[in-house]
Design a protein around this ligand. Structure first.
Ligand SMILES: Nc1ncnc2c1ncn2[C@@H]1O[C@H](COP(=O)(O)OP(=O)(O)OP(=O)(O)O)[C@@H](O)[C@H]1O
Ligand SMILES: [Mg+2]
Length: 311
């Protein structure tokens, strides 16, 4: 087995399905394809963590093993991170037992402070030595996830990182640590405008980090994440067909981003809230609703495509 493929789900727009997509692709990779998966929650909202586990279980885990916040603190203090300890083995409980080979590094609301505080400042006319020093700090703050994943990449086939709706320090870390980033998006007008802004911002951030790494000897000079795909979510259906706006926007984005849009998308359906409350994937939540089957089919199909794209 080679090294894990690392994929981040990124969109600075909130509520566009980043966490739901990360979670269900992760679950499907493990449950339906027997892949070894590590989910990393870097959003202080801690949503991915609570899709995997009830609050009380998380509290216990946090007390005993810590969360990503503790790993970041240890990284900053230059002590051993002990990543293995913060990995929650198979946290998701379904009726047939636990989802096997699906692990989680949970998050914590307190990561918020770290995320906002991040960002080394360069002086106005820095000397080369000053520049080197600040570049070192700048790169180091953004290399936390890269270091973390290096410790565990042989143990997994896929590492999926669920980002917060911003491009702050932790998302920048995710970009530096990933092979690809995927944009989940709702196909409405505002989200589509956001797509090009997002790609431009991501390119700028990546270029800045890669430039800074030139001053630093301690990190590998490898590049940053490439855009690996756009996944449409919550596509609205009116009666039996897609609404015109959503359909035409998907076609339009498909033509401006050739080959990048996933062929399968999720439609806006009920049942996500109940499944989230039960901390299980939508296809595990028992309901007499016939649409259960279509929710499962949508995610298994997205996951098939995910496997084909990220080899
Ligand atoms: N296909 C769907 N049909 C109906 N509801 C959905 C669907 N996918 C996601 N949702 C719901 O939409 C809401 C937002 O989804 P989610 O939390 O995944 O977005 P997010 O981009 O991670 O949000 P944030 O930016 O706050 O992190 C959630 O309540 C989720 O249950
Ligand atoms: Mg989220």
């Amino acid at each position: 087995m080679g090294k894990a493929k690392v994929v981040s789900l990124i969109n600075y727009k909130g509520g566009v399905g980043k966490t739901t997509t990360t979670y269900h692709i992760g679950c499907s990779l493990a449950q339906h394809h027997r892949k070894r998966v590590l989910l990393i929650d870097i959003d202080p909202q801690t949503n991915l963590t609570f899709l995997c586990s009830p609050y009380s279980e998380w509290e216990k885990f946090k007390k005993k093993n810590g969360t990503i916040k503790n790993l970041y603190e240890r990284f900053q203090a230059r002590t051993s991170m002990n990543v293995a300890r913060a990995i929650w083995k198979e946290p998701i409980s379904i009726s047939a037992g636990r989802i096997q080979n699906l692990d989680l590094i949970p998050c914590d609301i307190d990561l918020l402070g770290e995320d906002l505080a991040g960002g080394a400042v360069a002086g106005t006319y820095p000397t080369f030595q000053q520049l080197k020093k600040s570049a070192e700090e700048y790169v180091r703050e953004r290399s936390f996830l890269k270091h973390l994943i290096r410790d565990v990449e042989e143990k997994y086939d896929y590492v999926l990182i669920d980002c917060a709706p911003n491009l702050y320090l932790m998302t920048q870390n995710a970009l530096l640590a990933s092979h690809w980033y995927v944009i989940p998006a709702i196909p409405d007008h505002l989200s589509t405008i956001g797509l090009s802004i997002l790609q431009r911002k991501v390119s700028n951030i990546e270029a800045q980090i890669v430039k800074a790494t030139q001053f630093v000897d301690s990190v590998s000079k490898s590049g940053a994440a490439k855009l690996g795909g756009i996944i449409f979510v919550k596509v609205r259906i009116g009666g039996m067909v897609l609404t015109n706006t959503h359909e035409s926007i998907m076609t339009q984005v498909g033509s401006t981003h050739p080959g990048l849009c996933f062929e399968t998308f999720t439609t806006e359906l009920i049942g996500y809230g109940e499944a989230a409350e039960a901390a299980v994937p939508v296809w595990e939540h028992s309901s007499k609703n016939a649409k259960m089957a279509s929710r499962k089919a949508q995610y298994t199909s997205i996951t098939d495509e995910f496997i084909r794209r990220f080899v």
